[in-house]
Design a binder for this molecule. Structure first.
Ligand code: PXP
Length: 255
């Protein structure tokens, strides 16, 4: 059975909407581990739109399983990774304007640069993963770079419907088999949710699934009713306190 690594970026997206300190992605990482996650993943983007540098440091101090850092293989990110030393670095392509990671890394087209970055991270003691589309030439290129593992981009499959979705699943299955024949380790992720994860989790060679957005989206829904009930409880509690204390006294005690 593939293991689950939980990407907590979008907990930080909600926080950054207000630029305050909640919700805390590190607290989400702890809860994910308590729920059985085998690893925690975060993406430090060049524009710091969700995860910020201090999150990665705090995650590294807190995570008990394994911290995977997604990042572009740029000079800035390579030195940050060398400073923090997450357990695994995952090279992804990054475009400033994109909403999310569009397409896999073109390892075949940037072989020397990606190989050098891979070796540099490995020399610092980190495992390295490359996020690639399920194409044989990219998978072979990951092998040529000596990456420890590859992650197949499941976004095209997740976005497709009907016969196209089936074709995309077949591509993932064939790519995973090809990688396994090469002796490569295969993970998968992007756009997976409670329904479309089922066929991908059934591909025998897939060792880990990296899932983020749908878990955060689902958490908002399954936790929303409780959050509203607890706020009503807090307001009711304030009402009972107000019979004995002034707002200033309540502030001094609670804030
Ligand atoms: N794997 C990689 C390499 C990614 O870039 C992402 C998105 O940050 C994911 C997995 C998780 O994708 P999603 O948030 O759609 O589950």
């Amino acid at each position: 059975m593939p293991k689950l690594c939980v990407n907590i970026d979008h907990v930080a997206t909600v926080r950054q909407a207000r630029r305050i300190d909640e919700p805390d992605p590190v607290a989400a990482a702890v809860l994910a581990e308590l729920a059985g996650a085998a690893g925690i993943t975060c993406h430090l983007r060049e524009d710091r739109r969700h995860i910020v540098d201090s999150d990665v440091i705090r995650l590294m101090q807190t995570v008990k399983t394994r911290l995977n850092l997604e990042m572009a293989a740029t000079p800035e990110m390579l030195s940050i990774a060398e400073g923090i030393k997450p357990h695994m670095v995952m090279f992804v392509p990054e475009k400033r304007q994109e909403v999310t990671t569009e397409g896999g890394l073109d390892v075949a087209g940037n072989l020397q640069r990606v190989r050098e970055a891979t070796q540099r991270m490995q020399a610092s003691g980190m495992l390295v993963s490359h996020f690639v589309d399920p194409e044989m030439r990219q998978i072979d290129a990951v092998g040529e770079c000596g990456a420890d593992v590859l992650e197949m981009h499941t976004g095209a499959y997740a976005n497709a419907r009907g016969a196209v979705c089936r074709d995309e699943l077949m591509k993932l299955t064939a790519a995973a088999a090809h990688a396994a024949e090469n002796g490569q380790k295969v993970n998968a992720g992007h756009g997976l949710n409670l329904r479309n994860v089922l066929p991908v989790a059934a591909i025998p060679m897939v060792r880990e699934l990296h899932i983020g957005h749908s878990i955060v989206a689902h958490a908002v829904m399954v936790g929303f009713e409780r959050a509203v009930r607890e706020m009503i409880e807090a307001i009711r509690y304030a009402d009972s306190l107000s019979k004995r204390y002034s707002p200033g006294q309540i502030l001094a005690y609670f804030i």
